[in-house]
Design a protein around this ligand. Structure first.
Ligand SMILES: [Zn+2]
Length: 425
């Protein structure tokens, strides 16, 4: 049994929307009250309250405030659990010597939604061929909300939990389904072995020099985003015009996000279906979030350009692509090889003679002084990771996370030059 998440867009009527908003308000109130209770108990009595203490007073709350009853007992518990998680995360980080922020009170506007942690109090229905209905509550107070969305797992999929979210004035229902392994599997269309390199200019460069460009929509809308943000910066904070621009920016962000997610879903599905081996660099988070400003001793250059929107918008797509590749590769039976970037250095290594050829980020071609190979930079990295995937034993192959014990130990950097035959495969 696997778990898969499916998101439906909800189209509540005005009255249903009002009611949902009211429910979110109550969940938010509960969250804030529970947070206050914890703070008070600690300040006044030096006592800490845990999740179960708070869960046990829920029946009293429901007796005093009957409007909480229709939200469902488990959904209320889940909101308390959400607070408990916030506290756990806070204490974990304190213990680790970090300086986390204390769990905050949330305004109703920022409270994103609520969750039914199990399969009761709601139902997904597929009355016609397409579309769906999400039914919340039971009896005559139940609310059936029109929804749009579908999944490929067939009738055998069992709904497990439901999250109702409000985002940017729109409503979504995210359902976790329990799906059999067979229902997950993907059909194979080809048996290729491919090395891929993710980049900013082209989304993906393959080892044969072919590319998948970034979707045009994103490129075209970046200037508009910059323009809107600039306009907003000139308005008085909190004014009508400021808010209006804020809404426009949020809409554009959402739209770009939607287009990008759709694009990444389609391309990763196609990749795993057509490949038996996919090689790429493991995603190093510190690389992605490294500040362009550099350190005090070694300030970065071109800070504005690097830290720009470009980077923010594209880089968040890489981790999404990696996540999708990871689970889709399993579904399609594709081997996903993740090279260790720091040990392999795909962008610095010559794909023909395996020497390290240092180059700056701006240098877009790989020119090897040792063997004379001249190749487009990203293509060279794609070839290098593909060779790495085909070379068992020499390195870091196929292990996304080294064991902790091994991580501390520095490995000698001797690598065999791979047989040239491996390249042709
Ligand atoms: Zn070379």
């Amino acid at each position: 049994m696997e778990r898969r998440k499916v998101t439906f867009k909800l189209y509540p009527t005005a009255r249903e929307g009002e009611r949902l908003s009211g429910w979110i308000r109550l969940h938010c109130e509960l969250y804030n009250a529970a947070l206050e209770e914890r703070i008070d108990a600690y300040r006044k009595h030096g006592k800490s309250i845990n999740y179960y203490d708070q869960q046990n007073v829920l029946p009293e709350i429901k007796a005093a405030r009957p409007e909480f009853v229709e939200l469902g007992a488990h959904a209320l518990q889940q909101t308390l659990r959400k607070l408990d998680l916030a506290f756990q995360a806070f204490f974990r980080r304190v213990k680790a010597g970090q300086t986390p922020g204390f769990p905050r009170f949330k305004s109703n506007k920022r409270f994103s939604g609520f969750c039914y942690p199990d399969n009761c109090g709601w139902k997904v229905m597929h009355p016609g061929g397409r579309g769906a209905m999400i039914r919340l509550g039971s009896g005559k107070d139940a609310m059936s909300i029109r929804a749009r969305g579908q999944h490929r797992f067939g009738k055998g999929a069992k709904p497990n939990d439901l999250t109702i979210m409000r985002k940017n004035g729109e409503w979504f229902a995210s359902v976790t389904l329990r799906v059999s392994d067979e229902a997950c599997s993907r059909a194979r269309t080809a048996e290729q072995h491919r090395g891929i390199d993710f980049g900013l200019n082209d989304w993906v460069t393959f080892e044969d020099g072919k590319t998948i460009p970034n979707p045009r929509f994103i490129r075209e809308n970046l200037p508009r985003m910059v323009d809107l943000q600039r306009q907003q910066a000139r308005k008085k904070k909190g004014s009508c015009r400021y808010k209006r621009l804020g809404r426009q920016i949020a809409n554009l962000h959402e739209h770009i996000g939607n287009v990008r997610r759709d694009f990444i879903h389609k391309e990763t599905s196609r990749l795993v279906a057509s490949c038996t081996v996919i090689a790429t660099e493991a995603l190093v988070v510190s690389n992605m979030t490294r500040s362009a400003r550099g350190t005090r001793e070694k300030p970065g250059r071109m800070v504005q350009q690097k830290a720009g929107l470009n980077r923010e918008i594209f880089s968040s797509g890489f981790s999404m692509a990696h996540q999708m590749l990871a689970y889709k590769a399993v579904e399609a039976g594709t081997r996903l090889h993740l090279s260790d970037t720091r040990q392999l250095k795909p962008s610095q290594r010559c794909s023909s003679c395996w020497e390290i050829v240092p180059k700056k980020l701006a240098q877009r071609t790989h020119e090897c002084p040792h063997c004379g190979l001249k190749m487009q930079r990203d293509q060279n990295s794609a070839v290098v990771v593909l060779i790495d995937a085909h070379t068992p034993g020499t390195g870091v192959a196929a292990r996304p996370k080294p064991l902790t014990r091994q991580r501390a130990k520095s490995r000698p950097m001797t690598r065999e030059t791979p047989a040239t035959a491996a390249q042709g495969a």
